[in-house]
Design a protein around this ligand. Structure first.
Ligand code: MN
Length: 255
């Protein structure tokens, strides 16, 4: 794929006003021929791959090649490809840049990854981009801004198969301190979500799900370990979630 001749569709799950969207737009305008943005009106983090089917969706034009959708990241990519860009389909779909990493089991909750999944289902090469942070008030956007172009140039050369999307995570270190781009597998944390109990102003108890707690050490060769060490983690993910090894074992034992 020749990026300078390509048309790109950008979406996200942090919403049309998110700072990470502005970062990826700035990068994309330098790299691609045409940049289209179709993103959710409001933040949809942890929306996963949800599709709005019980109510109508509205797409609002905000400017040239720029739209907001009152739905999920999945709705946005679907409307982006089939409505906003119906006469000029994108060559590539980018989702992000998410505020926070999408590492390990995050990918199963992530709206950022889901937007790339939707692009993949529509037959388009798709990349999810996330900037990991340790302090939510100090997100290293400059690291993602500096490295996104380099990562994309490297990835498009791979010409990956249909049904595979790329999950990219930038580490929380200054751009100059990034140790490199590493191809790694999806990791796994051991500890569950942080469930905080509280009391609402009307006296009813509630629970608020907090962040996943990271462990000190993760398995080498995983996204969690690579990003924790200061590398950019790139993981190819498949839409087909079949566990081939288990399927074979089950068939072998079928009476
Ligand atoms: Mn998000």
């Amino acid at each position: 794929m020749n990026l300078a001749k390509a048309r790109v569709l950008i979406s996200n799950d942090d919403g049309i006003h998110a700072p990470g969207l502005k970062v990826v737009e700035r990068v994309a305008k330098k790299l691609f021929k045409e940049v289209w943005v179709v993103a959710p009106e409001t933040e949809q983090s942890a929306a996963s791959h949800s599709l709005t089917i019980r109510q109508p969706l509205r797409i609002r034009k905000l400017g040239t090649r720029r739209y907001a959708v009152d739905g999920t990241p999945t709705d946005s990519v679907l409307l982006g490809v089939q409505e906003a860009m119906r006469d000029c389909p994108p060559d590539l779909v980018l989702s992000g840049i998410n505020r926070g990493g999408n590492l390990g089991e995050d990918v199963t909750y992530s709206g950022t990854v889901a937007a790339a999944m939707e692009g993949t289902l529509l037959g388009l090469p798709s990349v999810a981009l996330s900037q990991h942070y340790l302090d939510r008030q100090k997100v290293s956007w400059k690291t993602a801004e500096y490295w996104t172009g380099k990562v994309l140039r490297q990835l498009v050369k791979l010409d990956w198969p249909r049904g595979v999307l790329m999950n990219v995570n930038f580490p929380d270190v200054p751009a100059d301190d990034v140790t490199g781009i590493e191809y790694v597998r999806q990791g796994r944390r051991k500890i569950g979500g942080d469930l905080k109990p509280g009391m609402d102003p009307r006296g009813d108890p509630y629970f608020w799900i907090g962040a996943q707690r990271d462990e000190e050490k993760f398995r080498p060769g995983t996204d969690l370990e690579a990003v924790g060490r200061g590398a950019i983690a790139v993981t190819p993910l498949t839409i087909d979630m079949t566990h081939v090894g288990m399927l074979k074992k089950m068939r072998d034992r079928q009476p």
